[in-house]
Design a binder for this molecule. Structure first.
Ligand code: AHR
Length: 496
């Protein structure tokens, strides 16, 4: 058996920040409107305008943090248009995403109410590209000031007396592109200026996140870190897995075996990106005070035929589940630097965890990975040595199996395994060392499918859903498992 993993139960390798399991919701397509916000008068069951089924589903996966309002939308968003009586809020054109009318019905109060319902941290992206320093500063004052001030008074008039707690604030989004087409030197100076006025009021302490690079723009990371690292708490990174080219990305379903392989191969590139960006960060921040926040990641395919190209609506298959599983493993591995990640996007956009159609809702294979993996949130990452069989196609090779292990507060060990090969099963020998026990009890859950583009529909919502996994044998503190082709498996190991 050539897939072998040794897990060192006595060698902690850092904490897996639960915020790595974060999400992103932009005013884009049907993410906010229909996906989250249906309005108080909707026949879709809702609480104060927010749909109940979506809130329950997101709470079930312990969503730790939610990013809003964009994305590209953030640098065109003027928050004052989105507070006060809804019927008199300004309407605007969402120029980035389909040119549709944005009625601003979902604004600051609605977003922060949603986060309270989800019991998650809000992460707000401010407008650097087309907004002013004053506008950004007043937004923070509006949300968090606990004394007498013009913004606090306006907040009260709009129905919220007490300030909210707001921890995460992004100073711009993709300012190298849709957020203002800036050079890194210019953005670094703008960052320094804008962040000066992002104040901490009362007991509220803001964690400031600078706009980081697109994919492998190492020069952006170098310049922004050099010029501004002392004034930031984190810096972002964006990387999407696109099997083809931007003009022809590839379909979300009905893809070839080559596209299957290339998608997983490209997803693994996240590891190199984090390593190389971290090396630059180490130069300016050897103590790793500054976090790396991968606040946009996931698959990006061609939109579903017949849907608005600006809405970025795509199906989600077992292939997406594997991209999610292996990417989360990469984040675990780099948990010393990666403190947050936000998959794009929560509902009806790109690699969603939830799809809706009117009152119907379906959970995607990616949702199930977030559900199965929630045991890793805030757990201790365990050092593991791993040898995998190669998975080879078209002269390229990637590991067949991806593994990550953690220990939770109760001492249970969770091992997650992804078999990336769509055609062949994988046998894995797991040895647990450093455990003060002579035996183990093991339970398992598996997500797999019989076709490589299997997905859940409104008619068949459970076509791809987790099942108990029993294909393993235990011998003392060793476990041998037989993974199905194209599968994500989580084992729970408890000492006896
Ligand atoms: O997630 C979709 C878009 O991708 C975001 O608005 C933007 O930040 C990125 O380019």
């Amino acid at each position: 058996m050539a897939n072998r993993v040794t897990i060192n139960a006595d060698m902690p390798a850092g904490t897996i920040n639960r915020n790595i399991y974060g999400h992103f919701s932009e005013h884009l397509g049907r993410c906010i409107y229909e996906g989250i916000w249906v309005g108080e008068d909707s026949p879709i069951p809702n609480t104060n305008g927010i749909r109940n089924d979506v809130v329950a589903a997101l709470r079930n996966i312990n969503i730790p943090v939610l990013r809003w309002p964009g994305g590209c939308f953030a640098d065109e968003y003027h928050w004052k248009d989105g507070v006060g009586p809804r019927e008199s809020r300004k309407r605007m054109i969402n120029t980035h995403w389909g040119g549709v009318v944005e009625n601003n019905h979902f604004g600051t109060h609605e977003f922060l109410m949603l986060c309270e319902m989800l019991e998650c941290e809000p992460y707000i992206s401010g407008n650097v590209g087309s907004g002013t320093v004053q506008e950004m500063s007043e937004w923070v004052e509006y949300m968090t000031f606990d004394g007498v001030s013009p913004m606090a008074q306006w907040r009260e008039e709009n129905g919220r007396e007490k300030p909210w707690k707001l921890k995460y604030f992004g100073v711009g989004n993709e300012n190298w592109g849709c957020g203002g087409s800036m050079r890194p030197e210019y953005y670094a100076d703008e960052y320094r200026r804008y962040q000066t006025y992002v104040r901490n009021y009362g007991g509220n302490k803001i964690h400031k996140i600078a706009c980081g690079p697109n994919v492998a723009d190492y020069n952006w990371m170098e310049v922004v870190m050099r010029e501004a690292h002392r004034m930031m708490d984190s810096i972002s990174l964006h990387y999407y897995t696109v099997p083809g080219e931007w003009h022809a990305k590839g379909a979300a379903t009905g893809f070839s075996e080559d596209e299957w392989f290339v998608t997983l191969h490209k997803a693994l590139y996240m590891d190199e990106l984090i390593k190389r960006h971290s090396t630059i960060m180490d130069k300016y921040d050897p103590d790793k005070r500054v976090g790396l926040v991968v606040d946009e990641w996931g698959t990006w395919f061609d939109v579903e035929p017949g849907t608005n190209p600006g809405f970025l609506y795509q199906q989600n298959t077992i292939r997406d589940a594997l991209v999610a599983g292996l990417t989360l493993h990469i984040f675990h591995e780099h948990c010393d630097r990666v403190r947050m990640a936000n998959i794009a996007q929560a509902i009806n956009v790109l690699q969603s965890v939830i799809l809706t159609e009117g009152e119907k809702m379906v959970l995607t294979p990616t949702y199930h990975v977030f559900d199965m993996y929630k045991v890793h949130q805030d757990a201790t990452q365990l050092k593991a040595e791993f040898e995998s069989e190669p998975y080879v196609r078209g002269g390229q090779s990637i590991p067949q199996v991806s593994v990550s292990a953690s220990k939770d507060a109760e001492g249970r060990i969770h091992v997650s395994l992804c078999n990336l090969d769509n055609a062949n099963g994988a046998e894995v020998a797991i040895d647990l060392r450093g455990l003060a026990a002579s035996g183990l009890t093991v339970t398992g859950t598996e997500l797999t499918a019989s076709a490589k583009d299997a997905h859940n529909t409104f008619e068949q919502p459970d076509a791809v859903s987790p099942k108990p996994f029993r294909e393993f044998a235990v011998n003392g503190t060793s476990v041998s498992a037989k993974l199905s082709p194209m599968s994500v498996t989580v084992l729970e190991l408890s000492a006896v």
